[in-house]
Design a protein around this ligand. Structure first.
Ligand code: COA
Length: 177
């Protein structure tokens, strides 16, 4: 039987859980993120506490945690950027290998997208490394398509990243199919 998966927004007392998930993601999938494991390991506990506290209540950024049978098993960040367009992004997505292919990633993206849509977003963006074929196929399966923007990777400038976008209405339709 598949484990039950749930997603909840982070709370201020989850700095240690946040640190654990972030370091696990950077250790397991370093190719997928701009930060390094060393960055996360060298940051002090208080900075994770501060981020958890901000991401619980902020109107422009939130972190959402995936649980399997009550145990933290993944995460995603949702935020509005600070440009005039105030574009809505999901990022820092990671699901623990033991619970992949059970739709935890989909649940995280949909929960984060719903939160952004509730705050006014009509399009949800995600930067994905071109070499991360799994993530590309994952986002495409969820109805994301190319937004036409490309950039150099934050950590590895020789590795290109592409911007993907999903319209909020497309997400609702994908839910119904
Ligand atoms: C990408 C990731 C979050 C997917 O999480 P997941 O919980 O396994 O994804 P889901 O079970 O919700 O998958 C939904 C769909 O995405 C697609 N998908 C997921 N993993 C895939 C893979 N390895 N290859 C091809 N398609 C895949 C499938 O269409 C899948 O539906 P299906 O299981 O019916 O075939 C996970 O593989 C991960 O954490 N990878 C490492 C970190 C990373 O790359 N993050 C993204 C940074 S941009």
């Amino acid at each position: 039987m598949s484990p039950s998966l749930t997603v909840r927004r982070i709370t201020a007392d989850q700095g240690a859980v946040f640190r654990e998930l972030r370091t696990a993601s950077l250790r397991e999938a370093p190719y997928a993120f701009g930060a390094t494991l060393e960055d996360a390991l060298s940051a002090d506990a208080a900075s994770f506490d501060a981020t958890a506290a901000q991401h619980e209540v902020s109107l422009s950024v939130g972190t959402f945690i995936l649980y399997t049978e009550g145990h933290p098993a993944g995460l995603i960040e949702a935020h509005f950027d600070d440009t005039a367009a105030r574009r809505a992004f999901v990022c820092e997505l990671w699901v623990a290998p033991a619970v992949r292919h059970l739709r935890g990633g989909e649940l995280l993206v949909d929960t984060a997208s719903n939160w952004l849509a509730g705050a006014g977003a009509v399009e949800i963006y995600a930067w994905v490394a071109d070499a991360n074929r799994t993530a590309m196929r994952f986002y495409e399966a969820l109805g994301f398509g190319p937004a036409g923007e490309h950039r150099r990777g934050a950590r590895a400038p020789e590795q290109a990243e592409s911007l993907l976008v999903r319209h909020v209405t497309a997400a609702s339709q994908a839910h119904q199919s």
